[in-house]
Design a protein around this ligand. Sequence first.
Ligand SMILES: Cc1cc2nc3c(=O)[nH]c(=O)nc-3n(C[C@H](O)[C@H](O)[C@H](O)COP(=O)(O)OP(=O)(O)OC[C@H]3O[C@@H](n4cnc5c(N)ncnc54)[C@H](O)[C@@H]3O)c2cc1C
Length: 435
Amino acid sequence: MERVCNWGLYPKVDAVQFSAANYSEIADIVKANDTIIARGNGRCYGDSSLQKNIFSTLSLNSIINFNETNGIINCQSGVFLSEILNIIIPKGYFLPVTPGTKFITIGGAVASNIHGKNHHTEGAIANFIHSFELLIDTGEVLHCSKQQNSILFANTIGGMGLTGIIIEVQLQLKKIETSYINQQIIKAQNLAEIINYFEKYKDTTYAVAWIDCLAKGKNLGKSILYLGEHTKMGELNKNPIRNPLIIQHKRAINIPFYFPTFVMSRLLIKGFNFLFYNKHLRSKASNIIDYNSFFYPLDGLHNWNKLYGKNGFTQYQFVIPFENGLEGLTEILTKISESNCGAFLGVLKTFGPKETFSSPLSFPMEGYTLAVDFKVNNKVFQLLNQLDEIVLKYKGRLYLTKDARMKADTFAKSYPNGLEHPHKFSSLQSQRLKI
Ligand SMILES: Cc1cc2nc3c(=O)[nH]c(=O)nc-3n(C[C@H](O)[C@H](O)[C@H](O)COP(=O)(O)OP(=O)(O)OC[C@H]3O[C@@H](n4cnc5c(N)ncnc54)[C@H](O)[C@@H]3O)c2cc1C
């Protein structure tokens, strides 16, 4: 038994972590336990990959094949996105979809049907999965694709590990000419302005806004929009860089210990948000930056979750349809800014349509999605219960991979189809939500 938690450091559970690289040994582990859940790198925030029996996929760490002609990579499910990037970038490829950290496994990416800053233009990772091998409750390994075991294929993408253990993944990559990004930065004074900018730049491949969740009144929704396109060779010539497909290794700062809980005080967060908003002096700017700075700014600070202290934090991420956008976001941001529960910068993005081949538990649907971090305490949980009501009122839902506290009836109202799955695979989350 060991104490295990995920990125939010809440909840913590006593669990047995099994591990094996041989597929028949994995089958034996699955058959020997009445219930079990797969765990990748534990970068989900809450209890999606926790329960008393965990199968850690980190030993499944081989890249099996990379076809440089058609850009399809075949790797075991415990391989990190960072490792994939190291291999594919020098060959002129990039991940078709990437989250805000590269320290997740490809199995975790499939199970959460991750989205990036390009959902509005290219969709979630579901759109780029050719096939995968899934170890099911009987111990059999099934090849799943749109043609073969197609229902299981769809149910597993965004299925939160409840259909089985993904063993290998075949993923279609995206061609790039350079590893740089043309970035454009635009400041918005309030919510109406940022919504207009999202609409105006809806054809730009990557778009994300950092939003000051403590701003009030006429500044409610004050934010900075970051737009991005992969830099073309011709565009780099103006800024001579010797190797256009370089892997940029940045030295990361490590947070060595848990900070005392007062560190994340409302005053400090207010000061941080002020500095962040004002670090860009002009209301519009553009530059060429490396892919790490654009996609993974938080990876530069290892273990930044420890800044929240030992009790941990939770991320509240919801999506609401476009037609309810301004009204719903206004109501939610007002509630947050008036709550006195310090909330760091929120991340606002837009989603395009739900992917055809994805689980009923998959999160993305057309609309606005906002993610906000809160330090865990009772007052915050009361606030989040109130936010749940508002999200439901505007026909939205919460992202399971970030959740640690939603109630079963909120889940049932927002994911009405649930997911039929073998009892063998369950997590603390699926038990709490009665999935
Ligand atoms: C800083 C940060 C930024 C993030 N940004 C984004 C973002 O922009 N977009 C986004 O979509 N997500 C984002 N996430 C969430 C993250 O991408 C997901 O939680 C991802 O699933 C984590 O993968 P993991 O390998 O750590 O898996 P875990 O966290 O261990 O598990 C996550 C889920 O996947 C299941 N799972 C894992 N491996 C397997 C497998 N081999 N077979 C079956 N099921 C499996 C688990 O059972 C669990 O349900 C972010 C997380 C962090 C910490």
